[in-house]
Every structure is written in C-alpha cells, then in structure tokens.
Design a protein around this ligand. Structure first.
Ligand SMILES: *Cc1c(COP(=O)(O)O)cnc(C)c1O
Length: 434
C-alpha cells in the first residue's frame, strides 16, 4: 500500500490520465487532502483558495453542511434505481424546480449524467424533432466559432474547429456549419452587422440545419468572451425565421454565474432546448439536465420512433438529484443575486485597473467571472506553482488567467485571489514572451 504523499503523486503521474494532459510529460498534480468552504487543503501542507469553483461548479463552497445532510438523508433511503419504469421524489422535485426557475416555456426535463451528455441529448432532440416534422434533411448543426460544448463526439463537432482539433478527428467527426464568433462585447455598442455571418449560413444552409447551438452571452472554455445580448436576440429571431431550433448551452452560465439566474435572461429570450450542468448540484455530484418546450417534446413523441431515443443507466441518479434540490434551495436562501453582485463589483474594482499593464491585452468582468487576457501565452508549469505559493488555486489556459469563485467567498478571500493575479502579472517569467 502506498502511503507517503510524494509516492502517491508519483503513482498518479505514472498511471492516471488527467484532463487534457500528457502521459509522458505530465505537469505535476496537487494532492487534495480535504476541502472546506473556499479552501482546498493540500497534502503538502498548503491551503489554497479555489478561484475556479472546480470549473464553475462548487458555488456554495466545499463540505457544505446543508448539501452534506441532503445526500446523507438520501443515502439512507436508496442511492440509485433504474429510471426505466421507476421514478422517485428527488427527480420529481428537481424537475419542478427547474421548470419554475428556467426561462419560460421549457417544461419537459431530461436528467442526464454529465454536461457533454446533456449536449448529446439536446442534439438528438433537435434531429428527432426535424425528422418528425418530415424534414429529415435538417440534420446538421449551426454554431459560432470559439464555442465549447463538451468532449464527446457530437459535442466536439460543435466546439471551435481549431481549439477542438477537428482535423485530428476528421475521419470520424460530423461536419457542421460555423458562423463567425460575435466580436461586440457585452457593454459595447451593438451593430446589426454582427449577425451577418450567422444569417448568411442560415440563408445558404437552413434546409440542412436542425438547430443553432451556442453558449448564451458567455463563451466559456473556447475563449472566455462576453458578447452583446442583442446578438442573442438576433439569433432567436433568425432561428424562428428559418425554422431552426435554438439550443442554449448554459452548462457554465446557469445558476447565477453571469449575474442573471440564466444568461438567456440578459436578452430576455427562451431557447427551444436548454442544457444545464456544472453548478446544478453545487459541484457535489455529476448531473446535468436538458429541458425542452412542450412543442419540441410532443413533435418528437409523435414522430416515427414514437419515443425519444436516449436513456443512460444512471439517468436521474437520486443522490445527485438530492444534492441538486438542496443546492437550488441554498442558492435562493443565500440570496445569490446579492452574492454575485458583490463579487462583480469587487472584481471590477480590483481587476479592471490591470488592463494597462505591459503584459495584459484585456480585462473583462461579468457577474462572478473575471478574465485577464495576457499578451503572451502563460507558462503553465511556472504559473501554477507560483499561484499555489501565493495561496490560491487559479488554473489559466493559453493567454487566459480567469477566476469564477464560489459565491460564498468573502471580500478578504476574493481580495487574496485578485492580489495573487496582480502579483503574477508582474512576473515576466510566467509568460512565454517572444
Ligand atoms: C463544461 C461544459 C460542457 C461539458 O460538460 P462536462 O460535464 O464536462 O461534460 C458543455 N458545455 C459547456 C458550455 C461547458 O462549459
């Protein structure tokens, strides 16, 4: 049995794949011993403030007594049952909450097991919908560049073709339609030309397009950009005009992160299909959801197959649903609007002044998301170590140093995150400068 933490890490490096890493030249991982509130306690003795919310998800912090209790209570009843022919109270309660909280019109709920699967489900829904309407040729997707929708094949086929390395998988991956990414920022002045590329794609190809899929307002892992609500409104109008469904992927933005409960609310629109994940369970368990309108659900159900063709083994896992129910109640009890607004104000005050720094190209803040875009790609090995030494967990990629902290973070803890970023950008050696 391995005991020493350095031996554990050695075994990890030798045998465990981590997300997007090499098995021959892996960057070191840090061993987490326990976690509490916004803190990760590392086996090496350090404690670091999690600025990432473990990738958008841990909004209420770690080891939260309310979430712990909700799961413990469900453990004593049952941890899982098949969802074919059986149902349970945690799933019913969760569906009721999601229908009530999400934009109007979304009232059929598919509970999936991860974000990527929720996207697969949304894509299958769109294709089955068009097929049921006698439009079997409408079986491709339209999306915008710089998007990220997950790592499974259909999800990959709508990720940015360059970032997603489509070339590498070109023999296998479905070819879809890509419009230019929006360039006008959230607060900038809108110009209707912004929609020209998407309209062009629809004019030329609408007879082959089942749905437009995009991340509303915030393009996450594909570039951390915030675009104008009028772009999203324009997309909604164009989709109706060309009889194309609109799929909103709110897996990252859902549950308050962008300053609205759902980012679609910035534009006052409802999609036909909505994908949720990440913060759904407060980061406790893997769970995702795909919601659609009654019209979409009824059309699918009246089609050739007569049923929706999807059904994973761990669909609507009761433990995950119990965590999600508790997390959604906690979001409201904690007054998430106030939490996110306070984080936004502080991020603006502490990050925006860095925009004139010699190493920095742009700084942007929306809701509880702060992004520093540097002029040069960061050296991951150097910057990760420095951040840990500064007592924070921040994981940049490419030229992006960004934080989306747990909503429960205090002013002093958030100050520690922004101060660490301020200190880091002064170190020229963390950047791969030419
Ligand atoms: C993370 C993410 C996904 C994929 O979710 P997984 O749970 O990692 O499969 C899909 N879409 C968006 C916008 C995401 O941020």
């Amino acid at each position: 049995m391995i005991k020493k933490h350095t031996d554990l890490l050695e075994f990890d490096q030798e045998h465990l794949w981590h997300p997007y890493t090499s098995m021959t030249n892996p960057l070191p991982s840090y061993l987490v011993e326990h976690a509490q509130g916004v803190y990760l306690h590392l086996a090496s003795g350090e404690q670091v403030i999690d600025g990432m919310s473990s990738w958008w998800s841990v909004v209420h912090g770690y080891n939260n007594p309310v979430l712990n209790e909700a799961i413990k209570q469900q453990v004593d009843k049952f941890c899982h049952v098949m969802f074919g022919g059986l149902t349970h109270k945690p799933a019913i309660a969760l569906a009721e909450k999601l229908i009530r909280l999400t934009p109007e019109g979304l009232d059929k709920v598919f509970l999936a097991d991860s974000g990527s699967v929720a996207v697969e489900v949304a894509i299958k829904m769109a294709i089955q919908y068009q097929h049921s309407k006698g439009k079997a040729n409408k079986n491709k997707l339209l999306t915008i560049k710089n998007g990220y929708h997950g790592d499974t094949f259909a999800a990959m086929s709508v990720c940015d073709p360059v970032n997603g390395m489509h070339q590498l998988f070109s023999g296998f991956i479905t070819k879809n339609y890509f419009a230019d990414a929006p360039t006008i920022g959230f607060d900038d002045e809108f110009n209707p030309n912004e929609l020209a590329s998407i309209e062009q794609q629809l004019t030329n190809n609408h007879e082959n397009i089942a749905a437009l899929i995009l991340e509303p307002i915030v393009q996450g892992a594909g570039g951390m950009k915030f675009y104008h609500p009028k772009f999203l409104q324009g997309c909604r109008t164009l989709c109706d005009q060309y009889e194309v469904l609109l799929i909103a992927d709110e897996i990252a933005t859902g549950f308050g992160r962008s300053g609205k409960l759902f980012a679609c609310e910035h534009a006052n629109i409802s999609p036909d299909i909505l994908c949720l994940g990440k913060a759904l369970t407060g980061g406790y368990m893997t769970l995702a959801a795909t919601l659609c309108t009654s019209h979409v659900a009824e059309t699918i159900s009246n089609g050739e197959a007569g049923v929706f063709m999807h059904g994973p083994t761990f669909m609507a896992n009761p433990l995950a649903c119990a965590a999600a129910n508790a997390s959604l109640d906690l979001l409201i009890a904690n007054n998430w609007q106030q939490q996110v607004h306070a984080i936004e104000q502080q991020l603006k005050a502490e990050l925006l002044p860095m925009s004139n720094h010699r190493n920095i190209a742009d700084v942007r803040v929306l809701g509880a998301i702060g992004v520093i875009e540097s002029k040069y790609p960061v050296n991951m090995a150097v910057i990760q170590k420095k951040f840990v030494e500064l007592g924070v967990w921040i994981r940049p990629f490419g030229k992006l140093i960004y934080i989306m902290p747990p909503f429960v973070i205090t002013t002093a803890e958030l100050k520690k995150l922004t101060s660490a970023i301020k200190a880091i950008i002064d170190c020229d050696q963390v950047f791969n400068r030419p």
